[in-house]
Design a protein around this ligand. Structure first.
Ligand SMILES: Nc1ncnc2c1ncn2[C@@H]1O[C@H](COP(=O)(O)OP(=O)(O)OP(=O)(O)O)[C@@H](O)[C@H]1O
Length: 356
């Protein structure tokens, strides 16, 4: 099933996973998973803890064997019926969460490790080039414990890139770094992957990191892929309630689906749901879609609480017809005199889902 180069449609995927499945004990089953990754694409694999991200990565790397399904890399079958290529010969780079640098080897020797079969001169040139790319040239002779977390992460990436793998898999590569450093290391890592034209899968459980990293987000839940696409699409047009709530906070407003519209206490919103007329449904309204509005006929609520958070202020409003307070977030500086606030809902960002 692996794609060979074909005509006008480009070279086809570098990595192709088809109906890949693996049962782990009685409690967890991964798959079947279908996933195809284009050359030079950087994919972020995201999902709550325990959804199977690392298992999928381990199956691709060959650290685990699948129960069924296939893995192809560059058109070569790595796993399938009767086929299993050992991890060392898969041409896949792996960056572990804790970096797993060899403590008894220097940084230069760590990077050299995967180049044992290369001619000496070429291997030394490649190590020097990677040390320079990762700004570690001055630290080539240090041991891993003599490096900061960010430097160790760069060294682990350089080691993974050294043998020119077809794809690099990175399991939570930024989670051991503190917040400020994480942003910078993430930026540098993506820049390096781009500069070297590397295809990569980066695992994270952080929604914001997934949306802001790479070209494509793959959201997993309970061993399956829920949705895959550009971060903006997953955020703005989530496939289901789970995907919606993974990336954003919402007010869930009950209503009734009728005639292509969702009727709620906050108004009527056009939507398309696969539901019978008069079925219960929910409007998912982002707090930032609740906007202050001075119009006389605007909606209104009494302010239950205010929380100033710097760039934005978050308010909870009691609104007639709603059982739970409505959360609003605004960048406006509000002057509220009588405890009441008028507002409108920006209909463009309202999502609708079946109630059950
Ligand atoms: N060897 C094993 N035997 C039995 N169950 C396992 C084994 N390894 C993992 N699991 C279970 O499989 C599920 C998926 O684990 P996995 O590590 O792939 O999840 P994850 O999405 O990477 O989670 P995290 O973000 O916490 O690392 C979990 O419920 C885990 O407990």
């Amino acid at each position: 099933m692996a794609q060979q180069p074909h005509g006008d449609e480009g070279p086809g995927p570098v990595l192709e996973v088809v109906k890949l499945a693996r049962r782990l004990g009685p409690g967890f089953a991964l798959g079947p998973i279908d996933l195809a990754i284009e050359p030079k694409q950087i994919v972020c694999l995201v999902g709550h803890s325990g959804c199977g991200k690392s298992t999928l990565l381990r199956l691709i790397a060959g650290i685990e064997q699948p129960d069924s399904g296939t893995v192809h890399l560059d058109g070569r079958e790595l796993a399938g019926s009767g086929v299993f290529v050992e991890p060392e010969t898969r041409n896949i780079g792996f960056v572990f969460q804790d970096y797993a640098l060899f403590p008894h080897l220097t940084i230069g020797q760590n990077i050299m490790f995967g180049l044992r079969k290369w001619p000496g001169e070429e291997a030394r040139a490649r190590v020097a080039m990677l040390l320079e790319l990762t700004a570690l040239s001055a630290m080539a002779d240090r041991y891993p414990h003599m490096l900061s977390g960010g430097e160790q992460q760069r060294a682990a990436l350089a080691r993974a890139l050294a043998p020119q793998p077809s794809v690099v898999l990175m399991d939570e590569p930024f989670s051991n770094l503190d917040r400020d450093l994480r942003e910078r290391v993430r930026h540098d890592t993506i820049a390096l992957l781009r500069r070297t034209g590397t295809t990569a899968i980066i695992v994270t459980h952080d929604p914001e990191e997934a949306l802001s990293t790479g070209d494509r987000v793959v959201l997993m839940r309970s061993g399956r892929i829920v949705q895959s696409g550009a971060g903006r699409d997953l955020h703005d047009r989530p496939a289901d309630r789970y995907a919606a709530e993974f990336f954003s906070v919402f007010n869930r407003i009950p209503g009734t689906y009728r005639n292509g519209q969702l009727h709620t206490a906050l108004g009527v919103f056009p939507c398309r749901l696969d539901l019978a007329e008069d079925s219960p449904a929910l409007a998912f309204i982002r707090p930032q879609a609740v906007c202050p509005c001075l119009a006389e006929n605007a909606l209104s609520g009494s302010v239950r609480s205010r929380s100033f958070r710097g760039e934005i202020e978050q308010l909870e409003l009691n609104v007639e017809g709603l059982e739970t307070p409505l959360t609003m977030r605004t960048t406006q500086r509000l002057h509220i005199h009588d405890g009441r606030l008028r507002f409108r809902i920006d209909p463009d960002t309202v999502l609708a889902f079946a109630a059950s």
